[in-house]
Structure formats: C-alpha cells, structure tokens
Design a protein around this ligand. Structure first.
Ligand SMILES: C[S@@+](CC[C@H](N)C(=O)[O-])C[C@H]1O[C@@H](n2cnc3c(N)ncnc32)[C@H](O)[C@@H]1O
Length: 290
C-alpha cells in the first residue's frame, strides 16, 4: 500500500472509532453509506462531492456554524460552475442555497457569509446589500458585518474616467463577512468550551479585520480565501466540537481550519477536481491533534 493510501486508511479508521462523531456517523450510516459522494473521511471531517442546491441532502438541522464564500458571479473560470449568470439568476441561485443552509442549521446556529461589498464587472451592483437582504428574506436573522480589509488594490483594472468627473470608478479593497443566525443569537447549546485567547477576542470583536488574500497559484484553485478567515470565524462564533459546514468547500480551507481548531466539519463541493485538491490539502495541512 502506498504511504498516502495508508495514511488515508488509518485516518478513516480513527474517524470511525471516534465515538464523539455521532452526528457524522448518523449521516454516513443513514444517508451516505456506500455513496460515491463521500470523497474523504478524515479526523473530524467529511468531504462530499455534492450540490448545495440539492435540498434533501440533509434531512435534519445538523450544523452549528456555516462559514463560506460562494461564487461571486464575476466570470471566474470554475471547472463546473457557471460564474456569469445574469444578476437576477445569481440572486435566485443565492436565495436557493441560503434557504437550504437555513433548513440544515440548528437553532442558535450561526452563518458567516463572505461576499463582495459590490461588483463593477458587467454593471455596478450592490451585491453585499442584496445578498444580506436575501438572507433575511429566507429567514436568517442579521447580527453584524465584519469588514475584511484585504489591502489589495489589484482589482483596480479601470479608472472609469481618468482625472475627470465624467464617470470615475470608486473601488473599496474590502470584502464583507456578514454574520447571521437562526432563531436566537445567544448560544446555549454545544460543549460550551471556547478556546479563544483574550487578545484574539479583543482584536476580532473589532469588526475591521486586516489580513492578505490567498494566492490562487499557491493553492491551485481560482478563488480560495485565506485560512485566517474561517479560523477567526470558527474560534469566535463556535464551541470546541461544534459541527461546521462549508457548502462551497473549494480547496477545503474551512475544513482545515475546523480540524485544526478541534471542530467537526462537512464540506460540499460540486467539482470533482476541487474535491481531490481539498482532499490532498486536508490530509497534508491538518495538524495531528489526537
Ligand atoms: C469561491 S469558491 C470557494 C473557495 C473556498 N473558500 C476555498 O478557500 O478554497 C466557490 C466554490 O463553490 C463551488 N460550487 C459552485 N457551485 C456549487 C454548488 N451548487 N454546490 C457546491 N459547490 C459549488 C465551486 O466549484 C468553487 O470551488
């Protein structure tokens, strides 16, 4: 057996022997046993090759926290997803997946939604405001918005009208992390074990986060976010052993952050090649906590 396969097998056994894994067990045994959709069972993580639009994917309220960055509809060349919908189609897609996620989230569950502030490719659109309104329309409650300062002005491709008031473009080098919740904000369920330091708590409850974006080339995915983003959301908004979902798992960043902070996690990814990429990253980048 090749070394990599041996590690995968050992980790799969550990995963199955972890009796705390009851929710994931239930999912695997009742629903996903023997399905081709399971691409990885590793430590506390399950990776599924699945479509978030499939509303019956989960039949219960499983998740404590969702951290995700959906496609932005800015014509990124994903393998399996069409990223140049009309704006109306994009809003319909967004409404459908956010509705599913609400259905699959526990009462008191939280939702950290990483989206752009606005969009200027193919017409100016208030994406951040529109998706925040749609999330509330489907039943999510609004809590707050974190501004992620990427410190990156590489998106500046056009000035509109140079040194002229005729039609200048204004672009903010920031993205949003909209924080929403189901039912009530105060969390009374779960292990009640928080593992955030005083320093981090004080820094991160200031809603202006500054850190760099991730390199597409380094990760091998067209739109990865930096691990710092899900790491902060997970430490701030969930307890140890909570179950985290990323419905647009991409290269698996959220799942790595969840594993390395001792949370369970499930990732959905529609593209089989990105599932392979996520699988390799998860195996190589999760710390040995057990
Ligand atoms: C912005 S990327 C997420 C990147 C991820 N945060 C990371 O760090 O790698 C969006 C991902 O959603 C996937 N995707 C698009 N439509 C999907 C769907 N309907 N269900 C599941 N995944 C989907 C794309 O293939 C892409 O990998």
């Amino acid at each position: 057996m090749l070394l990599n396969q041996k590690i995968i097998k050992e980790e799969e056994n550990k995963f199955l022997n972890d009796s705390n894994n009851s929710l994931l067990f239930e999912l695997i045994n009742n629903k996903f046993e023997n399905t081709e959709q399971i691409k990885l069972k590793h430590k506390k993580t399950l990776l599924l090759n699945a479509d978030v639009l499939e509303e019956n994917l989960f039949d219960k309220e499983y998740f404590d926290l969702i951290v995700t960055s959906p496609p932005y509809n800015v014509d990124i060349q994903y393998n399996s997803h069409k990223d140049d919908l009309t704006y109306e189609e994009y809003l319909e897609f967004s409404e459908a997946w956010m509705r599913n996620c609400l259905r699959w989230t526990k009462q008191q569950g939280r939702f950290c939604l990483n989206i752009p502030l606005d969009k200027n490719k193919g017409g100016q659109k208030s994406v951040g405001a529109d998706l925040t309104a749609l999330a509330q329309k489907v039943g999510w409650n609004y809590h707050s918005t974190i501004i992620w300062n990427e410190g990156n002005i590489s998106r500046r491709t056009a000035w509109g009208s140079w040194l002229s008031a005729a039609a200048p473009y204004v672009i903010a080098p920031v993205e949003l992390i909209v924080v929403l919740f189901k039912g009530e904000w105060k969390k009374t369920t779960g292990s009640k074990i928080s593992d955030i330091s005083k320093d981090d708590f004080m820094k991160w409850t200031n809603g202006l986060w500054t850190f760099n974006g991730e390199s597409k080339k380094r990760i091998g995915h067209p739109a990865p976010f930096p691990i710092e983003l899900p790491y902060r959301c997970i430490k701030l908004f969930s307890y140890v052993d909570d179950l985290v979902l990323d419905p647009f798992a991409g290269s698996g960043t959220t799942l790595i952050a969840a594993n390395n902070t001792n949370r369970y996690s499930i990732g959905l990814e529609i593209d089989i090649k990105y599932c392979e990429l996520a699988k390799n990253r998860i195996i190589n980048e999760t710390e040995m906590l057990f």
